[in-house]
Design a protein around this ligand. Structure first.
Ligand code: 13P
Length: 247
């Protein structure tokens, strides 16, 4: 069974104090017991956040596909685990666009995470021009084929995918609930075709892109929408907590 998940991607925001206040604030809230909550602070704060978090998984926004070694500025899975991270994002559109992470790099990160038994959220989503030309399904399927669908059925069980249309990220422009559900239904269908029904049902598919308390209920009502990967609205306790109550 897919999990209900609310994940906060804090991106490159907040001072250490602000981040700790936020994590403490969220930890004090009442969160429905069937909703998994995870936050992805700046990697600088991983250890601190893990210390203060109660009932919240702490993740990293990015990690290296390499083992420890001479990779200046990079962070290994072993390092993130040693300070309490249990999960990492792979292939966020900002990493793809600004840091030129290509399909091969993302595939290598997927493989490294699998070999280190490290959970991940694999992000996919089309830019505006692809949506406008109507080829978003082919585009997202290709992203999954290129970097994720090489996994075995056993490895794909219980994985997490986030569909984040690039044109909806940080723009205030949300996908309609129909657009989100349509993509999510197709993603689950592709998993069922490539693997089987059992694997397809076990994968959690999150929506991301200007998701906030005012639109979340409608989006999460889609039968194939298992939760959200939240940017802006994850930066304050009230909005983020409200999202966990939006199923
Ligand atoms: P916003 O919620 O700010 O649009 O960001 C979404 C996102 O990129 C989460 O990873």
């Amino acid at each position: 069974m897919a999990n209900k998940i609310i994940a906060g991607n804090w991106k490159m925001n907040l001072s250490a104090k602000e981040a700790m206040d936020l994590i403490k604030g969220i930890s004090q809230q009442e969160i429905p017991s069937d909703v998994k909550v995870m936050v992805f602070p700046s990697a600088l704060y991983t250890g601190l956040a893990a210390t203060f978090a109660e009932g919240i998984e702490i993740g990293v926004q990015n990690f290296s596909e390499n083992d420890n070694g001479a990779y200046t500025g990079e962070i290994s899975i072993a390092q993130t685990k040693s300070v309490g991270a249990t999960i990492g994002l792979i292939g966020h559109s900002e990493r793809r666009a600004y840091y030129k992470e290509d399909h091969a790099t993302l595939k290598a990160k997927v493989d490294k995470a699998i070999s280190e038994n490290f959970d991940f959220i694999f992000c996919c989503g089309e830019p505006l021009f692809i949506r406008e030309e109507g080829s978003e399904l082919q585009f997202v399927q290709q992203q999954l084929d290129d970097s994720l669908f090489h996994l075995s059925a056993e490895q794909m069980m219980n994985k997490i995918i986030a569909y984040e249309p690039v044109w909806a990220i940080g723009t205030g422009k949300t996908a309609t609930s129909e657009q989100a559900e349509d993509m999510h239904r197709n993603i689950r269908l592709w998993i069922a075709e490539k693997y089987n029904e059992q694997v397809a049902k076990s994968v959690s598919i999150l929506y991301g892109g200007s998701c906030k308390p005012s639109n979340a209920k409608e989006i999460f009502a889609g039968p194939n929408v298992d939760g959200g990967l939240i940017g802006g609205a994850s930066l304050n306790v009230e909005d983020f907590t409200a999202l966990t109550h939006s199923f």
